[in-house]
Design a protein around this ligand. Structure first.
Ligand SMILES: [Zn+2]
Length: 393
């Protein structure tokens, strides 16, 4: 019986022990689980997104590259995107649980993906023999690079009329490229086309006078010249110049005393008037013949406002029938006193380019007129200045 009791007591002790162990295990497990859960709930999480490339000058918000953040505070630097290349954002993450700092970096690749801009016309029309600098027809700019590679594909033959395509290719340092094509039309200059003279010295005459374009006219040694070599801008002129009309009035008064009633048969003629006049003559006589007596548009001295065709009452007007008449002779002997010269004297066609015109006078001022009068043996302006009067085509 005693043995039984002893056995029972041992068994009781075992039970108590097991119970105690079980309780301890349960407490440990429970608190472990609790700690595990607590830690999991409070542990910091920080992950970043995949690195990306961005165009220049993009707005960057470093927050956007954080994939997840939990139980932590984060600080980061700002990055500038106005230059290309790799930019680093550094994130300093402080976890809430242990207050420990962790460092993460994120790389942005800033790229230039905008091609250069080529500004230029699509079509350019030029005359044969025009100076052509292909670079001058485009303007190239880029959002980022200053030093651009510009290739020109194509050529223009300024000696030959036709159309020429020229492709401009601009490439920036990042390899972005753009193209622009200009179609150049080279055409033969028509003698009826409008002209605009650019200011500047264009040469020296054979007698050493400076030849210069100024205000739409050509001056040789300071004297305005319009002949077959030198023309005027189409827009040049606007009536007889005051010096011309007042000199004519002075001369008219003097001629009247001698019995000649002078009047201006033709004074100022615009480019367009001369164009239709000349065209009419070409139609009637052909260009070769018309060129001997009528000026091409832009080449007429009448457009200068300094030339006049003088008629006398009772005499044939602006016609070879005027040659050798008393008023024609009077003009030839006296016009220089008023500053006029007989512009196309008899026998000087090879100098002036025109046949004798007894009625066409040009105002040059009294000093020069007296020199060119030369005692009745007229010196032409061409001879005096050392210039030609010949059409280039
Ligand atoms: Zn005339």
């Amino acid at each position: 019986m005693k043995k039984d009791e002893e056995e029972k007591e041992v068994n009781n002790h075992k039970k108590i022990f097991i119970i105690i162990i079980s309780i301890v295990v349960i407490i440990l497990a429970t608190s472990g689980l609790f700690l595990y859960k607590y830690y999991n709930k409070n542990k910091f999480v920080f992950t970043l997104k995949k690195s990306i490339t961005l165009p220049l000058n993009s707005n960057v918000n470093p927050k956007e590259y954080i994939k997840s953040i939990k139980n932590a505070k984060v600080k980061y630097n700002k990055v500038k995107t106005d230059t290309i290349g790799k930019k680093t954002i550094t994130y300093i993450v402080t976890d809430n649980l242990f207050k420990k700092k962790h460092k993460y970096t994120y790389t942005l690749d800033i790229i230039d993906d905008i091609p250069p801009v080529i500004e230029g016309k699509d079509n350019v029309s030029l005359f044969v023999d025009s100076k052509i600098d292909l670079n001058s027809y485009i303007k190239v700019s880029d959002n980022y690079d200053k030093d651009l590679d510009i290739k020109i594909d194509g050529e223009v033959d300024n000696k030959k009329d036709g159309t020429y395509k020229v492709k401009y290719i601009a490439t920036d340092k990042s390899g972005n490229t753009s193209e622009h094509t200009i179609t150049f039309t080279i055409k033969k200059k028509s003698i009826y086309d409008t002209v605009k003279l650019e200011d500047g010295v264009i040469g020296t005459s054979s007698k050493g006078y400076k030849i210069e374009n100024k205000g739409g006219a050509t001056y040789v040694g300071g004297i305005l010249i319009a002949n077959k070599t030198y023309n005027l801008s189409s827009s040049y002129g606007g009536g007889l110049k005051k010096s011309t009309s007042s000199a004519f009035n002075e001369m008219k008064a003097a001629a009247l005393i001698d019995g000649y009633d002078l009047r201006i048969g033709s004074g100022y003629r615009s480019f367009n008037t001369q164009k239709s006049t000349y065209k009419r003559y070409v139609k009637r006589d052909g260009q070769t013949k018309a060129d001997t007596y009528s000026a091409r548009p832009g080449h007429s001295e009448h457009q200068t406002g300094l030339a006049i065709d003088i008629c006398a009452a009772g005499y044939s007007c602006i016609s070879s029938n005027f040659n050798g008449t008393a008023p024609a002779n009077w003009l030839s002997d006296n016009a220089y006193k008023y500053g006029f010269i007989l512009r196309y004297p008899n026998g000087k066609t090879n100098e002036t380019g025109y046949k004798f015109e007894s009625w066409h006078y040009r105002y040059v001022g009294k000093d020069l007129a007296a020199k060119l009068y030369n005692g009745g043996n007229w010196i032409t302006l061409e001879n005096y200045l050392g210039i030609a009067s010949k059409y280039s085509q």
